[in-house]
Write a protein of this length. Structure first.
Length: 290
C-alpha cells in the first residue's frame, strides 16, 4: 500500500538564526487514526496475522493509547476482529469510544494484572485464535516497518530526531540507517523518566547504537507529564509553523531538538530531519492544559 508522508522544509526564525536546515517527515499525515509510527509498526504485524490465517488480534494499552486506536482502525480496515486489555478500571474517553466504534472489544484490568500481558493472553479461553501484539505494537516486526522510513527519504541528513516510548521506532530507524549505509546520527528523545533503558531495548531489537545519541533530560517529569514550559513551547511552535504537535511525544522531541539548536549544538549548515511520529489524538486528553 502506498503511503503519504511528505518530507517538508520546516521554517522557524531559530533555524535561520543558527543557519541549520530542518526538514520534517510528516508521518502524522499517513492516516488520521493509524497515525505516524503506529502505521509502520502495525504493517508487518498485520501481514503476520494474515499469513497465520488468524482473524483476531489482541493487544494492550493505556486509556489514551495511540496504539490501541491505530490497531482498532487497522483491524476494521482489514476485516479482523480486535480485542484490547486496557490499563485502569471504568475509564471512558473519546479515544476509547473511537476504538469501540471500530469494533474493538475492551477489557479493563487493574494496574497489577496489566503488568503480566502474557498471563492475560494465556488466560483468554479462545487465545489460539488471537494474534498477540504487545503494548505500543513493539517488537521485531514493528522495527522492520519503521526502518522503511529511511528508504523513503529524498534528502540526506546529518541528524535525525525522533521521540521514544518503547524504543521500537528508534531501533527501526537505526536499522534503516545501517542498511542504507548512511553516516546520519540518530538523536532519540525518551518521553519517560530514566530513558537509558531505550538503548537496551534498541539492542534487543538488533539495532546498531554506535550512531545513536540519547537525550534523557526532556521527559518533563515522566510519561504524559507536562510542565507549563512545555505547553507554552507546543503552543508557540504550532502557531509559528502551522504544524500540530502534542505534549506527550512530538512536543518533547521537538522541544529537545530546538533547545539543542538554540544552544549551538549543531554546526551551521547541518541538515536535520525531525520525524513527526503522529499521535495527535493524544491532545484530546490534554485540552485542559491549553
Ligand atoms: C507510540 C508513539 C511514539 C513512541 O514510539 P516507540 O516505538 O514506542 O518508541 C512516539 N511518538 C508518537 C506520536 C507515538 O504515538
Amino acid at each position: 500500500m502506498q503511503i503519504y508522508s511528505p518530507e517538508q522544509v520546516l521554517t522557524h526564525p531559530l533555524y535561520k538564526e543558527k543557519e541549520v536546515e530542518v526538514c520534517i517527515k510528516r508521518d502524522d499525515m499517513i492516516h488520521p487514526f493509524i497515525s505516524g509510527n503506529k502505521w509502520r509498526k502495525l504493517k508487518y504485524n498485520l501481514s503476520a496475522v494474515k499469513a497465520s490465517n488468524l482473524s483476531c488480534v489482541v493487544t494492550f494499552g493505556g486509556a489514551w493509547s495511540n496504539h490501541l486506536l491505530a490497531t482498532a482502525c487497522a483491524c476494521a480496515l482489514h476485516g479482523l476482529k480486535s480485542k484490547a486489555f486496557v490499563r485502569g478500571e471504568n475509564v471512558s474517553n473519546p479515544v476509547l469510544t473511537m476504538c469501540k466504534m471500530y469494533g474493538m472489544e475492551l477489557i479493563f484490568v487493574d494496574r497489577e494484572s496489566y503488568r503480566d500481558k502474557h498471563k492475560l493472553y494465556e488466560e483468554m479461553l479462545d487465545n489460539e485464535s488471537y494474534y498477540f501484539i504487545d503494548e505500543g505494537g513493539s517488537g521485531k516486526e514493528a522495527s522492520i516497518g519503521c526502518a522503511e522510513l529511511i528508504e523513503e527519504l529524498e534528502g540526506t541528513f546529518d541528524y535525525i530526531f525522533c521521540a521514544a516510548g518503547t524504543g521500537t521506532t528508534a531501533a527501526g530507524l537505526a536499522l534503516g540507517i545501517e542498511k542504507a549505509e548512511l553516516q546520519t546520527q540518530l538523536h532519540v528523545v525518551p518521553v519517560l523518566k530514566g530513558g537509558e533503558f531505550i538503548r537496551d531495548e534498541m539492542v534487543k531489537l538488533g539495532a546498531p547504537i554506535h550512531q545513536v545519541v540519547l537525550h534523557n533530560d526532556f521527559h518533563f517529569g515522566g510519561y504524559a507529564r507536562t510542565k507549563p514550559e512545555l505547553i507554552n513551547f507546543v503552543k508557540s511552535f504550532v502557531k509559528e509553523t502551522g504544524i500540530m504537535i502534542e505534549p506527550t511525544y512530538t512536543g518533547k522531541a521537538m522541544y529537545a531538538m530546538n533547545t539543542l539548536i538554540a544552544d549551538g549544538y549543531f554546526k551551521p549548515h547541518s541538515r536535520i530531519l525531525f520525524v513527526h511520529t503522529g499521535g495527535l489524538t493524544g491532545l484530546l486528553g490534554m485540552l485542559d492544559k491549553f
